[in-house]
Write a protein that binds this ligand. Structure first.
Ligand code: ZN
Length: 311
């Protein structure tokens, strides 16, 4: 306890001996600062400094604040001129506390920089938390970026998907619903891409592909549907390719992102199945499927980009 209450001075640049104000964090760390700097960045501090000073007060006033030094340091660093490197946040909860402090002191000018830093630090590992903070703070573009990244979370729309367990406590029901709707609609849009392949380029390379050109397995057309291929018309495809389209479509519905297609087990399964056909086996099927997948990924990306996160 005595350790916590023992006062210390913050590290540079908040140890400047020429300071004219001290902010004392709740854990007893004194941050040397300048009234002018704090006044420029925060109307709350500006108002505070215009209050008349009591005779009994020390020459350099000490203002106790409610924030911990781990929160105060990045907050003040962002508002300090020529402070050098951007601050880092220990955890997403620290980042959220810095946002709340910036809002409390009405430091609007640095709030956006905090948002950029949060995205840079936490988007890959904690997209749901970044989404929650962005919604709370009104950062629409960051919310959209985080929602897009959250598409890589498989089955987000299912109950018990781990959404609530991710530590994102403060999200309201409508923001939560918006994210689930977005994920679901992206899944529908991505799955639809493989239902008709009219988006393939109408080139000789495409028309000559084994998936719809096999004179062996591709000719067994009974009970199988024909699919639109580029502008060539509806062609019957090989069973292994049809299976690939169905399987990858279901995977995309649960996890609508490019990585799903790159990591899909159904891709290797399709190649293995193709090798069971005497005719498909002698063609470089993996090259054809690889080329197809490149177009497939691009089209899925386009389909997802058209889906809007509700405002
Ligand atoms: Zn075949």
């Amino acid at each position: 306890m005595s350790e916590i209450q023992k006062k210390s001075t913050a590290r540079a640049p908040f140890n400047n001996p020429d300071h004219d104000i001290v902010l004392r964090s709740v854990d007893g760390v004194d941050f040397h600062n300048f009234k002018l700097i704090l006044s420029l960045v925060s109307p709350i501090f500006k108002d505070m400094f215009t209050l008349p000073q009591h005779e009994s007060e020390p020459a350099v006033p000490v203002i106790p604040v409610a924030e911990h030094s781990t929160i105060l340091y990045p907050l003040l660093l962002l508002s300090y001129p020529a402070s050098g490197a951007d601050p880092t946040f220990g955890t997403i909860d620290d980042a959220r506390a810095v946002v709340e402090a910036a809002q409390k002191y009405e430091m609007d000018a640095i709030l956006y920089r905090i948002g950029d830093l949060i995205v840079a630090h936490f988007l890959l590992a904690r997209p749901l938390d970044v989404y929650a903070i962005s919604c709370l703070t009104g950062w629409k573009h960051h919310a959209r970026t985080a929602a897009s990244r959250s598409l890589e979370i498989e089955g987000l729309v299912r109950p018990n998907s781990g959404f609530a367990a991710s530590g994102m406590g403060a999200i309201n029901a409508s923001d939560y619903q918006r994210l689930l709707t977005y994920h679901y609609e992206c899944g529908i849009a991505a799955q639809a891409v493989g239902k008709a392949l009219e988006w393939l380029p109408s080139t000789p390379e495409i028309s000559g592909m084994q998936m719809w050109g096999c004179i062996g397995c591709g000719r067994v057309a009974i009970g199988r549907r024909a699919i639109q291929i580029a502008s060539f018309g509806k062609w019957t495809v090989t069973p292994w390719f049809e299976e690939y389209l169905d399987a990858s479509g279901k995977e995309l519905a649960a996890r609508p992102c490019e990585r799903t297609l790159l990591e899909s087990a159904s891709y290797n399964r399709a190649i293995a199945k193709a090798r069971e056909c005497l005719f498909c086996r002698i063609v470089v099927v993996h090259h054809h499927l690889h080329t197809f997948r490149t177009f497939y990924i691009a089209e899925v990306r386009k389909a997802i980009e058209k889906v809007e996160l509700a405002p």
